[in-house]
Design a protein around this ligand. Structure first.
Ligand code: BG6
Length: 490
């Protein structure tokens, strides 16, 4: 194995999926507080009162709230993110377990509404600032480097409900105020920052739910532009706040293969990669819109002149490193009658006969990780981190309390081998944070039963359970992997 000596090993989570305590510590509401659980067949929905005061719902992250909608929590429904796994009160115990596994890095996010409850306040919420200070200090105690996502699916709900979300340019200033606040506050505790989690996700959702008449692709491009400006401004501010800061982009891995050697399949896959994957990082890493932007915008009738000021901001605010999530790959073909359409939440394209699939329809493709690492590095030539990778699976607790998750170990082992090969290929890969070191609420389905952790949390899909943490078989396995710097994978 060839992992460099200072390679960073750890795990990743997001505030809204672990913290809970949704109404404590002066925190405002986030959209996830109003989001119900779904399943492999059923999308998650956000609940609200419609113009007439009646119960209504819209697909989480995919559909915009209609005019007059008032987000609402219905007492008879279970909203899994509100309690999540209660990291808010258990962070010491959880970090201790991460330290026991030997983590040198922990990717986590700050909840925007914990800092600015509605996003619009003059002053930040001191209790929120204090909470993350305590978390960072706890990490420091164990020499764990925090990698902080400033925004991980966690806008203050007020922004989405009352200000029109990211399509509204005013959100840029609200975000930069927030990002500046946290970078200044934690200037001596945090070095690695990520501006937005999976910034390409709206584009991917458009691809998956392109049929939805409530989804506006034109707006998605505008919203993304605003986010990229906010990100670039954050990079520019970071350099003033602490020249040692490193700020990166975070892109949802989207690896798309042509199903056959039909040149039309090759072109289709190339096009999907441009529109879903390359587009935002081309801007954030290289500092300017790529040539194929014109084609994409014309398709949706978007006539949008980027001002000179924005062009300069993008150029000046290029990120220092590239990070992405990687779970699976997709295959596409123009000959749909000869292929089987993929099923499962967030699956797109057609079934790849060379791969196996998880219970949620996600393919398992470690070679795809080596492939995309090479593609990314060829294109950008900046340090790369894999900041999410793991297997969501049903776990069984044996009578003696043990959890034998060999399937998870196998999945991760194969992906670690793929990373090793990519490093041998010459990719400057500097860190790996698995998703997730501890069971948490699934972002896509809201289920607890879609488990990712090395640490089991006693909580079910309806919110029952003691929240007690226990180690799965993979816990000791990952500990050994880290201790041997990726040498010992058995
Ligand atoms: C990524 C997100 O898309 O995938 C995480 O950044 C998410 O927030 C992870 O949890 C796994 O997806 P899911 O739907 O299984 O939780």
């Amino acid at each position: 194995m060839t992992f460099p000596k200072n390679f960073l090993w750890g795990g990743a989570t997001a505030a809204n999926q672990v913290e809970g305590a949704y109404d404590e510590g002066g925190r405002g509401r986030a959209l996830t507080d109003y989001t119900l659980a779904g399943s492999v067949e059923k999308s998650r929905v956000v609940t609200f009162l419609d113009e007439n005061g009646n119960y209504a719902e819209s697909i989480h992250m995919a559909e915009k709230l209609p005019k007059g909608a008032k987000l609402h929590i219905f007492e008879d429904k279970y909203y899994p993110n509100q309690k999540a796994i209660d990291f808010y009160h258990n962070y010491k115990e959880d970090i201790k377990l991460f330290a026991e596994m030997g983590f040198s890095i922990y990717r986590m996010s700050i909840s925007w509404p914990r800092i600015y409850p509605n996003g619009i306040e003059e002053k930040p919420n001191q209790e929120g600032l204090d909470f993350y200070r305590k978390v960072f200090e706890e990490l420091k105690k164990y020499n764990i480097e925090p990698l902080v996502t400033i925004s991980h699916y966690d806008n203050p709900a007020y922004i989405d409900n009352n200000l029109g979300g990211w399509a509204n340019r005013e959100i840029i200033d609200l975000y930069t105020k927030y990002s500046k606040t946290v970078m200044e506050e934690y200037r001596d505790l945090v070095k690695y920052w990520l501006t937005f989690n999976e910034i390409n996700v709206e584009l991917m959702i458009a691809e998956l739910l392109g049929h939805s008449d409530k989804f506006d692709r034109k707006k998605a491009y505008q919203a993304l532009h605003n986010q990229m400006i906010a990100s670039a401004k954050t990079v520019i501010n970071a350099r003033d706040i602490n020249p040692d800061f490193k700020v990166g982009c975070m892109i949802a891995g989207f690896v798309c293969y042509p199903l056959t050697s039909d040149p039309k399949d090759i072109l289709l896959a190339q096009d999907k990669m441009q529109r879903n994957f390359w587009y935002p990082a081309d801007v954030m890493v290289r500092g300017a819109y790529p040539y194929y932007t014109k084609k994409l915008w014309e398709e949706v009738g978007l006539e949008f002149a980027i001002s000179e000021e924005d062009k300069n901001i993008l150029k000046e605010g290029k990120v220092d490193y590239y990070t992405f999530s990687y779970y699976s790959s997709q295959a596409v073909t123009v000959n749909l009658d000869e292929a089987e359409i993929s099923k499962g939440n967030f699956a797109s394209g057609v079934v790849n006969p060379y791969l196996t699939y998880s219970d949620w329809g996600w393919s398992k493709d470690p070679d795809g990780l080596r492939y995309i690492l090479n593609e990314i590095y060829t294109r950008y030539q900046v340090p790369v981190m894999v900041v999410e990778n793991g297997l969501g699976a049903y776990d069984k607790v044996e009578d003696d309390g043990s959890i034998i998750d060999d399937y998870r170990i196998d999945y991760m082992k194969d992906h670690i081998v793929a990373m090793d090969q990519a490093i041998k290929d010459g990719v400057d890969l500097i860190a790996y944070t698995s998703w997730a070191p501890i069971d948490l609420i699934s972002a896509g389905t809201g289920q607890m039963s879609k488990r990712y952790g090395f640490i089991y949390v006693d909580l079910d899909d309806e919110g029952n359970g003691t929240l007690k943490r226990s180690k799965k078989k993979s816990f000791d396995w990952y500990k050994k992997v880290i201790a041997s710097n990726g040498e010992d994978l058995d």
